[in-house]
Design a protein around this ligand. Structure first.
Ligand code: AMP
Length: 318
């Protein structure tokens, strides 16, 4: 990874904006806000902004900047985002110079420098590596966020791409910054009873096919009756991991405010991002998402996922 090129560009620009993907999650927030804090700490005279829409669920990652000045003289660094349309920042093309730091499989080139490590557990892991490789100091607050970013995307060091390198980098981060990482878990894992009840509703109403595909369609009325919104189900999907009778899970939630159906997909085997990409989606091979126009489009996606499960089971027994 050519992190030194990134450092050179950071040194060159006095105004820097850090952005990440729409639909913020812990890794997207941690990698972008953590990077902003690292740059500010090491280069005190630079003006660094971090942008994107706010998320009440993840408010413990801190605040975001609203009014960004001098975009056409600034450097844009996009973390955790493989394609331009998913960047949560309106005017990507107006920036003077652009850098991507991402761990998703390659989708498109839209930056001058693109650092992609699709074997990295998380974008936060890449930011830790960048800071350590470039001998930058990591402030305590950035270290806490980056730790939470890695923990979030690996689901507590459970998923694939949790590697020796992940543990080495996290271990160095903890040794250098002495963060009290256990104290970070309540923020990440405290749940409210309403969400737990909604999770129970999903468990009781999910359909599981003979090919081990689990799916549920959650319309606006259902979401409202449970006092949750379109993003809640997606945030709960990792609770449905490691169920013997299920290979792939998809939750489809109606988002009336944005007029689409938000789908979150997880897999224990079949590759799902290539299927999601046919439905205005994408992501990782075993953790993907998509935005669909309506529930009948969801039926097609569900069918394709079911076929993938069937083929996977077939391959498994050959
Ligand atoms: P989620 O289910 O929202 O946690 O997303 C899982 C993964 O899929 C993340 O890497 C997201 O960036 C990616 N993803 C989610 N929705 C989309 C989408 N509409 N298009 C492309 N990638 C997506």
């Amino acid at each position: 990874m050519n992190y030194k090129r990134v450092l050179k560009a950071i040194k060159k620009y006095d105004s820097i904006v850090v952005a990440r993907h729409i639909g913020a999650d812990p890794d997207a927030l941690a990698s972008s806000i953590g990077l902003k804090e690292i740059i500010e700490y090491n280069f005190k005279y630079k003006k660094v902004y971090v942008v994107g829409s706010t998320s009440t669920k993840f408010k413990y990652f801190g605040t975001l900047d609203k009014n960004v000045e001098n975009i056409n003289k600034s450097l844009l660094i996009v973390t955790d985002t493989p394609d331009k349309k998913r960047v949560d920042c309106a005017n990507v093309d107006d920036f003077l110079y652009k850098i991507k730091i991402d761990h998703h499989p390659f989708v498109e080139r839209f930056c001058d420098i693109e650092l992609i490590d699709d074997k990295a557990s998380s974008a936060s892991q890449m930011i830790i590596e960048f800071a350590l490789k470039c001998n930058l100091k990591i402030p305590y607050s950035a270290a806490c966020k980056l730790y939470m970013g890695v923990v979030g995307d690996t689901n507590r060091f459970l998923y694939n791409y949790t590697t020796v390198k992940t543990f080495d980098l996290v271990s160095s981060l903890i040794k250098k910054t002495k963060i009290d990482f256990v104290s970070l878990y309540p923020n990440m894992y405290l749940r409210n009873l309403n969400d737990v009840k909604f999770s129970a509703y999903i468990t009781n109403n999910i359909t599981v096919t003979e090919n081990k595909l689990a799916y549920i369609k959650l319309d606006d009325a259902t979401l409202k009756s449970h006092k949750v919104d379109a993003s809640t189900a997606g945030n709960l999907i990792n609770n449905f991991d490691n169920i013997d009778e299920i290979l792939v899970t998809i939750f489809c939630s109606e988002d009336t405010a944005n007029d689409y159906i938000k789908c979150s997909i997880r897999s224990r085997g079949p590759i799902i991002n290539e299927i999601a990409s046919k439905y205005n989606g994408g992501g990782h091979s075993l953790a993907s998402g998509a935005k669909l126009k309506n529930f009948s489009e969801c039926d097609n996606l569900i069918k394709d996922l079911d076929i993938a499960c069937k083929e996977f089971i077939g391959e498994d027994y050959e």
